[in-house]
Design a protein around this ligand. Structure first.
Ligand SMILES: Cc1cc2nc3c(=O)[nH]c(=O)nc-3n(C[C@H](O)[C@H](O)[C@H](O)COP(=O)(O)OP(=O)(O)OC[C@H]3O[C@@H](n4cnc5c(N)ncnc54)[C@H](O)[C@@H]3O)c2cc1C
Length: 274
């Protein structure tokens, strides 16, 4: 809500079903709406640390599709949900997971944001499966800058995300050199986004994980520049949902003060803090 109050950013509140009754979640959603936060990322959430199974609160929302339906009853939110190109680790099958995504979109979500992945092929194959299942909503690719390689390997094992050998090779020998790691991490993310752009994708979701500097460098390398805003108390540069040109298709310098150049397809970056 501070982002909304003090900046010109368009914040998206991540709302989970964990540890709260439907009434509590609904109250919070109403607060967001009243504060002008109209975009919600609706998630079930994970079981608390130490627990293996997810046990919904008896009076709470059991899963994200129920949460989406609840939010729809409250106000005309713009709702994003999670999608899993490599299948959610607890799903009974890839098809059942796709059915679940469909349920969330049918319940009223506008788009899905994917779990991060490193090989573009994984995402592109998932898009094909979505289309074959009749899913036409935007499926925004999730990009995870690798700020801590070992942590990402551990986290990916839990999330069911493949860490390819080429990524390990890139980080090999960087253990004692944090600056080099950060350069490699930025390069990997920029290359991943550039590759996806060649398939006509122009909207990306970058997990910032409270380390805005890497995302800032990635966005800068992609041509995003801070926009002049009227907000008097900006707390951060307005990278969220910033439109930038695809520089490969624009021969002249991009002047951010003049907006998009004619003919330049916009690139949309969303950032996830937390
Ligand atoms: C882009 C993104 C952002 C995220 N942000 C956060 C965050 O901010 N905070 C946080 O805590 N977590 C976050 N997560 C993680 C997320 O909360 C976990 O992955 C969680 O385990 C599942 O959440 P979900 O919304 O996908 O759940 P759901 O869509 O409810 O699905 C969870 C699992 O249950 C299955 N399922 C659901 N309903 C049914 C049903 N009716 N019948 C059978 N199976 C069913 C699904 O197939 C899936 O396997 C994020 C994930 C992504 C991809």
């Amino acid at each position: 809500m501070r982002l909304k109050r003090e900046t010109d950013l368009v914040p998206a509140a991540h709302l989970t079903c964990v540890g709260a009754t439907r009434e509590e979640v609904d109250d919070l959603a109403r607060c967001y709406w009243d504060a002008g936060v109209h975009h919600i990322v609706a998630l079930r959430g994970d079981p608390p640390a130490g627990a293996t199974d997810y046990n919904p609160q008896p009076a709470g929302y059991a899963c994200a599709s129920n949460l989406v339906a609840g939010l729809r009853r409250i106000a005309d939110f713009d709702i994003s949900v999670a999608a899993y190109p490599e299948t959610h680790p607890t799903a009974s099958s890839p098809d059942a997971d796709l059915d679940n995504l469909k349920r969330k979109l049918d319940a009223g979500a506008t788009r899905a944001i994917t779990q991060y992945f490193f090989d573009s092929e994984i995402y592109l194959r998932f898009l094909d499966r979505c289309l074959a299942a009749g899913i036409t909503a935007p499926i925004i690719p999730g990009i995870m800058p690798v700020s801590d390689y070992e942590q990402i390997v551990r986290f990916s094992a839990v999330c069911g995300v493949t860490v390819p050998a080429w990524l390990r090779n890139l980080f090999d020998g960087t253990e004692e050199n944090p600056d080099l790691r950060r350069i490699v991490a930025s390069m990997v993310a920029v290359e991943q986004i550039r590759t996806l752009q060649t398939y006509g994708l122009n909207e990306f979701h970058i997990s910032t994980l409270n380390r805005a500097d890497l995302t800032y460098a990635i966005a800068h390398s992609l041509g995003v520049r801070p926009i002049q805003t009227n907000a008097s108390h900006n707390v951060t540069d307005p990278l969220e949902t910033t439109e930038i040109p695809d520089e490969r298709e624009t021969s002249t310098d991009f002047d951010t003060t003049k907006g998009l150049q004619e003919g330049a397809p916009p690139l949309m970056l969303r950032t996830l803090f937390g």
